[in-house]
Design a protein around this ligand. Structure first.
Ligand code: NAI
Length: 723
């Protein structure tokens, strides 16, 4: 019997064994080598001392119950490591299974977050109790890292709740549940208000169920809802939501497909065989490129970004108490809600009291919806609303220690609104503008303290979009950057920091994607194929429909301003093939986009999309003209990746992690790539492969695909991009 190192065995006089998960070398418990040895030792001992044991409780001495697999190890696995990958977890699974089938009641007492491997330990228990602690999350989010839960997670959820619920509630979206919602959805059996109550409930279960078994270990057990071998099953097949359908058809996300196959195949065989099937599908995922990309982005990059990689050092963290939001339109209303949700007092100012009240009403609408879905309470709703004061009076802004301006996109107006308020607010208040296109350096000229002036670019809809792009102007001070960063974190969003430039990073790069789609229209490619290519590349929005949403007049305006600026600076300006298409759409056909009632799509009277405008085929499409579908997808992906490399060259971007996270969370760059720069790193053949393909695209479709010299040099040195 090996000495347990990460699990403490505590047995009381009544024979109840509490297994306290407590890795001495890490802040959280993970499925590392030490755990593998420890849990095997526990299974040995439990079998050997079975007669003296009345029941087993898993709990943990850490803040979280258990974190899951060790991602540092996983990200290194290559296809040649398939055997290692397959064996990873197999032994742990075997040990958990031995404990599960010992013949004694096993209870999971989840004292904190139990995600991934943590919830898999809970699933290998007969009874699951969660401490109802704030911030505690329960679920199997592996799919969001391009993986599947291979610690028995697929096999047991399918047997616990049936294929349809397991897929839709737990596996395919990786939903992280609060303890209450985990209870409501059948992931745990009961909640406890305190750790003591939790352990008492665990003992009570053991007392009452001395012969406890998993449902699937009881003879005659059938999977709830049936399996595909049962003729009635088809009627119960899950109706997949549209977002999942997209992941399952076409877009290059292997994890949902493997999960689906694993659940279905595993449901038709015995438990042990199902575990093996699970390991096989996991191995394919963990040794592939997509999981590496997603782990890099959603674990390592996201952690680095939120931890403050781009926050200037040496400034004390600050919290904002009272924020002024100027402009109660679509963005201002959303910003006010997000700030109030985080507990900040908000003064929401517009030109008239009615306009300001309308902005506040937006929060009411969101809260009513949340209330009807049980996501908030009456009391919390009232508290949040009480924090928002709508006004048309500058004097009401007294005491504000930060300002976020979101009035119309007009430099003179923005200057004016800052002037109106700068003597009322706190003398050192942080001054932010939510401009989407105007250079920050120019806007800063209109305020008395340019050192405190900064861009804070939110995305629409603000309450849902997790990213905020912080833009440093030439005169913005480090203190302002740090304060802006802290404010974004205070409202629970993810901040990336970029240097001022036209369109900053996000707007500029997404512009490339849109232009590429529109250019293809001009070449004569069938518009429906272009939309399909965007979807199959994994973009959340189709390219022409996105253009319609943003309006065709906006890029024209930006293009004209940029051209003027280039000419003034003596820089060479080259037309994009999309320009001529946009001009014709607006000038010749009067189709400026969705808000104008007509664009690449037709819209009905209520503003609903009514199919691609047939005129597109008539005026642009060349019947029979096709280019390889792969080229269509890669033209979109490469256009954004190449421009991001140029953003690095120009110093607009200073962090690879910011680039990756900003592109996925801000502008919908497909998550499977791991972000714009990880896409370059992870491209087949690495940087050299990417350069070769870019040259091929340049040859076929235009100079804009020529890889920048810095990228070519990096590829020649055999490097990859890293912070
Ligand atoms: P909007 O037109 O919905 O709202 C602008 C609001 O500003 C209106 O309510 C207007 O009454 C108010 N306003 C005008 N003059 C004012 C003054 N002197 N004092 C106080 N309020 C005044 O515009 P939206 O979409 O909310 O955009 C606001 C800003 O956010 C713009 O700079 C825009 O470029 C930027 N932005 C917009 C995004 C979007 O998706 N719509 C995304 C990111 C940034």
């Amino acid at each position: 019997m090996s000495e347990s190192t990460t699990i403490r065995w505590e047995q009381d006089e009544t024979g109840v064994v509490t297994l306290i998960l407590d890795d001495p070398n890490q802040s959280a418990n993970t499925m590392n080598q030490a755990f593998k040895d420890s849990i095997a030792g526990v299974a040995d001992r439990a079998e050997a001392e079975k007669d003296s044991i009345r029941g087993i409780i898993y709990t943990s001495a850490k803040k979280t119950f258990f974190a899951g697999g060790d991602l540092k190890d996983m990200i290194r696995l290559r296809p040649a490591d398939a055997r290692i990958a397959f064996d990873t977890g197999t032994e742990i699974k075997r040990s958990l299974r031995r404990i599960e089938t010992l013949g004694k009641p096993v209870v999971a007492a989840l004292n904190g977050a139990a995600l991934g491997g943590g919830y898999e330990i809970a699933l290998a228990s007969h009874h699951r109790i969660a401490l109802d602690a704030p911030g505690s999350k329960i679920g199997l989010p592996e799919v969001t890292l391009g993986l599947l839960p291979a610690g028995g997670g697929v096999t047991r959820t399918v047997r616990l709740m049936g294929i349809a619920d397991a897929l839709l509630k737990v596996l395919l979206q990786g939903t992280q549940y609060t303890p209450q919602r985990a209870l409501d959805n059948g992931l745990v059996h009961e909640l406890a208000a305190t750790p003591e109550e939790m352990l008492a409930k665990a003992r009570a279960f053991i007392d009452a169920n001395p012969e406890s078994k998993q449902p699937w270990d009881v003879p005659g057990y059938r999977i709830p809802g049936g399996t595909p071998s049962n003729p009635k099953f088809a009627a119960n097949l899950p109706a997949f939501p549209a977002s999942l359908k997209k992941q399952l058809n076409g877009a290059p996300y292997p994890a949902p497909r493997n999960i689906l196959a694993c659940a279905v195949e595993g449901s038709q065989v015995d438990f042990e065989t199902a575990l093996t099937i699970e390991a096989r599908y996991f191995t394919e995922l963990v040794t592939g490129q997509t999981a590496k990309n997603m782990i890099q982005a959603f674990f390592f990059d996201l952690q680095a970004v939120n931890a403050g990689r781009s926050r200037p050092q040496g400034t004390e963290p600050r919290t904002v108490r009272k924020v002024a939001v100027l402009g109660a339109g679509m963005m201002g209303a959303g910003i006010a809600y997000s700030c109030a949700r985080a507990g900040i007092e908000v003064v929401l100012k517009d030109v008239t009291p009615e306009a300001a009240a309308k902005g506040k009403a937006y929060s009411e609408k969101l809260l009513d919806k949340a209330l009807s879905r049980g996501r908030t309470t009456e009391a919390k709703r009232a508290e949040l609303l009480a924090r928002i004061t709508p006004t048309a009076e500058a004097a009401d802004l007294a005491g504000c220690d930060a300002v976020i301006e979101a009035v119309f996109e007009d430099t003179a107006l923005k200057h004016k609104v800052f002037q109106e308020i700068q003597d009322v607010i706190e003398p050192d208040a942080l001054l932010c503008s939510n401009t989407s296109t105007l250079p920050i350096t120019g806007l800063a000229e209109g305020v008395s303290r340019p050192v405190d002036f900064i861009g804070l670019h939110f995305f629409s809809p603000v309450d849902k979009m997790p990213l905020v792009e912080i833009i440093k102007g030439e005169r913005t001070g480090d203190e302002a950057i740090a304060r802006a960063f802290d404010l974004v974190r205070q409202i629970n969003k993810t901040p990336i920091v970029v240097n001022d430039s036209r369109g900053f990073f996000t707007s500029r790069v997404i512009g490339q994607f849109i232009n590429e789609g529109v250019a293809m229209v001009g070449e004569g490619i069938e518009p429906a194929s272009i939309e399909q290519a965007a979807a199959q590349a994994g973009y959340p929005a189709k390219v022409l429909s996105l253009m319609d949403e943003l309006t065709l007049t906006l890029p024209r305006k930006i293009r004209n301003e940029t051209r003027k600026a280039f000419e003034a600076e003596g820089r060479a300006w080259s037309e994009h093939p999309a320009d001529a298409v946009i001009d014709r759409m607006v000038d010749e056909f009067g189709r400026p986009g969705r808000s104008g009632g007509a664009g690449f799509y037709a819209y009905d009277d209520s503003g609903k999309r009514a199919g691609i405008w047939p005129g597109l085929r008539e005026h642009f499409a060349k019947p029979g003209y096709e280019i390889p579908f792969e080229d269509m997808k890669e033209r979109m992906l490469f256009s954004e990746a190449l421009d991001s490399v140029r953003c690095l060259d120009e110093g607009v971007l200073t962090s690879i992690a910011d680039a990756n996270i900003g592109s996925i969370m801000g502008i919908g760059f497909p998550a499977w790539t791991g972000g714009v720069i990880q896409y370059v790193n992870g491209y087949e053949g690495g940087l050299a492969g990417f350069v070769a393909r870019a040259r091929e695209l340049a040859e076929k479709y235009g100079e804009r695909f020529t890889p920048p010299a810095s990228l070519v040099a990096k590829a020649e040195r055999g490097e990859t991009y890293a912070d």
